[in-house]
Design a protein around this ligand. Sequence first.
Ligand SMILES: [Zn+2]
Ligand SMILES: [Zn+2]
Length: 395
Amino acid sequence: MKIVWFLKSTPLDEWHRYSKVLTPSDQETTKPSRFLSFHSARVFPLDMNTAVQLWDGQLSLITTPIPHVATPNEVLVKVAFSGICGTDLHILAGEFPSSKCVILGHEFAGVVSEIGSAVKGISVGDRVVINPNTNCGRCSFCQKAQPHFCKSGGIRSTVGIWRNGGWSQYCRVPVETVFTIPPQITLCQAALVEPFSCIAHGFDLLMPLATTSDILICGSGIIGLLWASLLHFHGYRKVTISEVSERRRGLASGLNMGYQVVHPEVLVHNAKETNLSSDGEWGFDAVIDCSGVPTAIEEAIKWLRCGGKILVFGCCPKGSSIKIDPHTVYTKELQIIGSHINPYTFPKAIQLVKDMAEKYLNYDKLGITVFDLPSYQSALDALSKAEISKAVYEM
Ligand SMILES: [Zn+2]
Ligand SMILES: [Zn+2]
């Protein structure tokens, strides 16, 4: 699936040579009728920017002039690797809001190719990752150090959802979104920093939790697999992973962490057999839901031991509902914890990816497949059919 691109071997100074002959332009998006497709040629033109753009629910491969920084505080990133997230699938299915016309991609890593006049601490040539979520710094939530609830920022301003993102050779971003990465992380691995930043926030919310705890992860898509890896990295050994899909259970077992991997029906059966908390022994001290399936959450709450907690990490459909017995919540002192995006966790995520890269972040083991950008439809198809756990574009 990988293709050696013409541009990949082009040194930085050459990018600038080519970009300088162009008129700086903000026209990073274009109408579908003007699209130029390079599916057949499979070579990106040197002096243009190729991207996958969402326009009114439809994706197309477009080429536009290479963008340039438009304000003193912007950075232009030459994207190297850019992930497809479950959120992108929800956007394409019309279940999650986004700009009507936008280049998607909020999980990406690349090399800085241009900086605005006021940018400090970031240089051309730096290897970077982008935190797609910005915040205003002034609203009541920002003033309480809760930037993820920002009234105009947070999920309301995400790069790759509300402004052009990383399914593109070049991406113009505000300087505050740019983080340099250490040499130990490859740009390929760095595409996982954004998902890890969300997991790191969830992990903080879940703490404290003894390493002897029995933990259930619901769902072994890529997020469940990354959670499993993070728990193992932190010394948790009594982890069960429940997953409906046989193929995904295979991926979870293939991590070889000694974790129990089961179909959820096995847990339903076990719960009945042991009559649940009659002796308080069977069950889990913590559940991390990565499935986003309301019924899975409803069931898993019943499996919590006294003092147990559930982290609602997967994104359930808006407006969905579950039944909870508040008497049980009261008598068992249960905690239900929500986790939403990634406030202040990017530095932590970079550190995690650095420390976990060698042992845990093997793309093959995690079921991550790399595609070239023109193959975006194949990538999306493979992902929505759950043939792979994650797709990442290599530019
Ligand atoms: Zn995402
Ligand atoms: Zn704010």
